[in-house]
Design a protein. Structure first.
Length: 592
């Protein structure tokens, strides 16, 4: 079940929903509440709190401490409670499940390894819990410190990467991954091959099933949006740290070919690789890195070991709470894009701009190489002829701009679909329409008359059974299998015999003057009862031109609409008036 969740002005379509208790201020001392998450299964997140007596409603931060898979939130709270008291931080330790880190489809994914394809990272759950706590505390924004041990550290390393591409509502002051089993390399793996969970994010371009922008996360199979160069630079400049014990050297069978033979070796390789990759991309790694000598995979020791006997704080505490905060810089966008030539519509190409950062407005401009352009992020373009086209994408944000180009080749000619009808207005009880097929270069035809009826005839005759406005479609297919489609919206109007004159519309019920039209014409109508009215303009081919009125009209009120026709070509047009109760009338007008 999909739900729409609003986070800091951005809407996310989520695969789960939350049932939150009535918001009450979190009490001092130890307490807990629960959040229910509905995904493939119903999962309850028990959230454990510790609010120090010195907590200040105006200045104290939140500290999310995420445990490993072997424990729960209550145990993690006990491990770090003394540090929270010292830092006056409201401690939040949710009981983490596998689903905290990922959700996955259950079909066969053997091509990419177990649990690789169709990942949906549940960082949205983390954001929603933050909002829940913020509401309970009645605070607009609360600075957040984030730490995770073991599998909790794996959540942190993934979250800190993904939040570059997803507009983030959580003000992270500092985050550290402590002894995770493995890490999410920005480039997926050390050697660039697809890697199964938990070693990284697969580098198959269609492996992650969500995208962002336009205020929406759409859960569909689309290109993972975080492959952009500017996201990588932002990631490498995050307030983030890696903490590892030098004795955490137990062998693990996962990821050893890609990241190292044990946790200690993987941490070193991750930091070294990120350092070199940041330099290669033209920036500097801004992370913290620290080792705790002689400590193995021990959560208490990792949080509480001090550098020496003179230290007043542990290494983990200093890294998390004493690392100076720095603003994460933003960079000009990357103009990377992909495209796909349709197998059915051989001259139709789908394009996708990969790097469009939502938080900072972007403008995209496509030049398709045939004289046509677009400003859509994901346009679909139809080429009229075969040939080779140089496609260029330009993209801007407030920081700068970038461009890239690629070659699109159209090898198969597509037919041209076109049709007319002997009339576009018919009356019950016998509204028979003769369609004339004017397609060029086609061998097969598929008609959709808009009333659930279809045909494969060349020039079909169709009888409509009820009054309404119908959209007609024709798909023309050439002998090479290439297709072309034409859609004429609201093309056929079927009415009762006296419907044009009996619309419950008072005289003058529908007037257009002057006709033939000059540069500006006036349209007037009046209803005898309240109704929703759609007033639309179509050309003689039945192609939509403009909407002049689309709202509720009050009974008895005369509506006067000025229509500027200067930009329209000379010819015959139709203005249709349609109400919610399917009362329809149509005026033919001429522009000289």
């Amino acid at each position: 079940m999909n739900y729409l969740i609003k986070i800091s002005g951005i809407f996310f379509i989520s695969l789960f929903s939350f049932s939150l208790s009535t918001a009450q201020t979190i009490p001092y001392g130890d307490s807990m509440d629960s959040v229910f998450v509905y995904g493939n299964d119903s999962i309850k997140y028990d959230i454990y709190y510790h609010k120090p007596l010195t907590y200040d409603l105006g200045t104290s931060p939140l500290w999310f401490a995420i445990h490993g898979l072997g424990g729960n939130g209550a145990e993690e709270r006990n491990v770090v409670m003394d540090i929270a008291n010292k830092r006056n931080a409201l401690l939040i330790t949710p009981t983490m499940h596998d689903y905290w880190m990922y959700a996955r489809e259950t079909y066969n994914l053997s091509d990419y390894g177990p649990y690789c394809n169709k990942f949906i990272w549940l960082s949205t759950a983390f954001k929603e819990i933050y909002q829940h706590i913020r509401n309970r505390e009645n605070r607009d924004s609360i600075p957040v410190y984030l730490s995770g041990f073991s599998a909790g550290g794996q959540f942190v390393t993934r979250y800190m990467l993904i939040r570059q591409a997803v507009v983030d509502s959580i003000p992270i002051v500092m985050a550290i991954s402590i002894s995770p089993f493995c890490y999410t390399f920005y480039t997926d793996s050390l050697n660039g091959i697809a890697t199964p969970w938990p070693c990284g994010i697969c580098n198959d371009p269609y492996e992650v099933s969500w995208s962002i922008c336009n205020d929406t996360i759409v859960y569909d199979t689309v290109f993972f949006p975080i492959i952009c160069d500017e996201y990588a630079k932002m990631y490498y400049n995050e307030n983030y740290g890696v903490l590892i014990g030098t004795a955490d050297t137990a062998y693990g069978s996962w990821c050893n070919d890609l990241q190292g033979l044990n946790r200690y070796e993987r941490a070193q390789n991750f930091y070294a690789f990120s350092t070199s990759d940041a330099i290669e991309r033209g920036t500097t790694l801004n992370w913290q890195y620290a080792e705790i000598p002689g400590v193995g995979h021990d959560g208490w020791a990792m949080y509480h070991t001090k550098e020496d006997t003179f230290s007043t704080s542990s290494i983990a505490e200093e890294m998390l709470f004493e690392t100076p905060y720095h603003n994460v810089p933003h960079f000009p966008p990357s103009a990377d894009f992909i495209f796909e030539v349709s197998e059915d519509y051989c001259n139709q190409v789908s394009f996708r701009a990969l790097c469009t950062y939502c938080e900072y407005p972007t403008f995209v401009f496509w030049n398709f190489g045939d004289g046509n352009t677009s400003t859509d992020i994901t346009p679909t373009h139809t080429y009229q002829d075969t040939g080779t086209y140089n496609v260029e994408l330009n993209i801007w944000n407030e920081i700068g701009n970038n461009s890239s180009a690629d070659i699109v080749t159209i090898t198969k000619p597509a037919p041209t679909a076109d049709f007319t009808a002997d009339t576009t207005i018919a009356y019950l009880p016998d509204p028979v329409i003769q369609f004339q097929n004017n397609s060029i270069g086609a061998e097969y035809y598929y008609w959709d008359f808009g009333d659930s009826a279809t045909s494969t005839d060349i020039n079909p005759v169709h009888t409509y059974l009820y009054a309404d406005t119908f959209t007609v479609q024709l798909v023309a297919v050439g002998e090479n299998g290439c297709a072309n489609k034409i859609v004429k919206h609201d093309y056929i109007i079927v009415s009762s015999p006296d419907q044009i004159y009996d619309l419950n519309i008072k005289q003058p019920y529908f007037t257009v003057f002057p006709n033939p039209l000059n540069n500006k014409t006036t349209i007037m109508f009046q209803l005898s009862e309240n109704n929703h009215v759609k007033l639309k303009v179509y050309n003689y081919m039945g192609e939509y031109v403009a909407t002049l009125f689309d709202k509720t009209a009050n009974a008895g009120q005369v509506y006067k609409i000025e229509f500027d026709t200067k930009k329209l070509s000379a010819g015959t047009y139709f203005i249709t008036l349609k109400t919610d109760n399917r009362q329809i009338t149509k005026k033919m007008v001429i522009i000289k």
